[in-house]
Design a protein around this ligand. Structure first.
Ligand code: PEP
Length: 249
């Protein structure tokens, strides 16, 4: 049995008020016992979020990291720094990073390694654009992204990676993949993983991301290969985010 995981990616949104609202809401809620929850605020709020969520079982994540540990990289943040702030998870390869900041598969791999090297668990984001889906290239694109990041890893490293399948056309658009569309791709990712290690493939958690909401979460999470969600917009409304968490049973 894989423990469900719901992760809230605030992107470049949020405030101290939102951090406090999350702290209060999670303190007042009994979450399902077998559920992991991660909140991923922007860097400036990590420390406040760590303190606000210290007494509830919510883990802290960051949205990116630099592949270097330190040095002349103005504006960047390293994995070592994140680790000092109690960050346990980090996104790598989010489609916004790939598109807006031109991160390539090699860049994604470097960030993944940097996270693993400091004991932070990477959430590897993969997904096809609408053009790629319409051209029938979904599986090629997604498995290329997965393979580029995971094939060179040692088994022990691979075991620490979570994969989020996020069709680019569904992110922030209000257009969700159907449960069947998501399931098909996620089953293919698990099948691909089986080629390395069937036991690990069964243990590995796969998240769906792309306009997940309180209204559609239960149906998506009911799919056999969907173990949780990476939630963007709906993670900014604490009631919606909690409703999604309660859908993951
Ligand atoms: C995301 O940012 O990873 C995401 C899935 O966003 P949204 O839920 O807003 O589509």
């Amino acid at each position: 049995m894989r423990t469900p995981l719901i992760a809230g990616n605030w992107k470049m949104n949020g405030s101290h008020a939102l951090v406090d609202a999350f702290g209060r809401a999670f303190a007042d809620t009994a979450l399902p016992d077998s559920l992991d929850v991660i909140v991923l605020p922007p860097f400036p709020y990590l420390d406040a979020a760590r303190r606000a969520l210290a007494d509830v079982s919510v883990q802290l994540g960051a949205q990116t990291l630099n592949p270097s540990h330190a040095g002349a990289h103005t504006g960047e943040v390293s994995g070592r720094m994140l680790q000092e702030f109690g960050v346990e998870h980090v996104l790598v390869g989010h489609s916004e990073r790939r598109a807006l900041y031109r991160e390539t598969d090699d860049d994604v791999y470097d960030r993944l390694l940097a996270a693993l090297s400091v004991g932070i668990q990477p959430i590897l984001c993969v997904g096809e654009t609408l053009e790629e889906r319409d051209a029938g290239h979904t599986f090629d694109v997604v498995l290329r992204q997965v393979g580029h990041a995971l094939a060179p890893l040692e088994p022990e490293q691979r075991a620490r990676v979570t994969i989020a399948y996020e069709p680019v056309w569904a992110i922030g658009t209000g257009r969700t993949a159907t449960p069947e569309q998501a399931q098909d791709v996620m089953a293919a990712i698990r099948e691909y993983q089986s080629g390395f290690d069937p036991d690990l493939a069964q243990a590995m958690r796969l998240l769906y991301g792309g306009s997940m909401s309180a209204a559609n979460a239960a149906e998506l999470l009911a799919q056999p290969d969907i173990d949780g969600g990476l939630v963007g917009g709906a993670s900014l409304k604490v009631d919606d985010f909690l409703a999604i968490c309660h859908s993951a049973r």
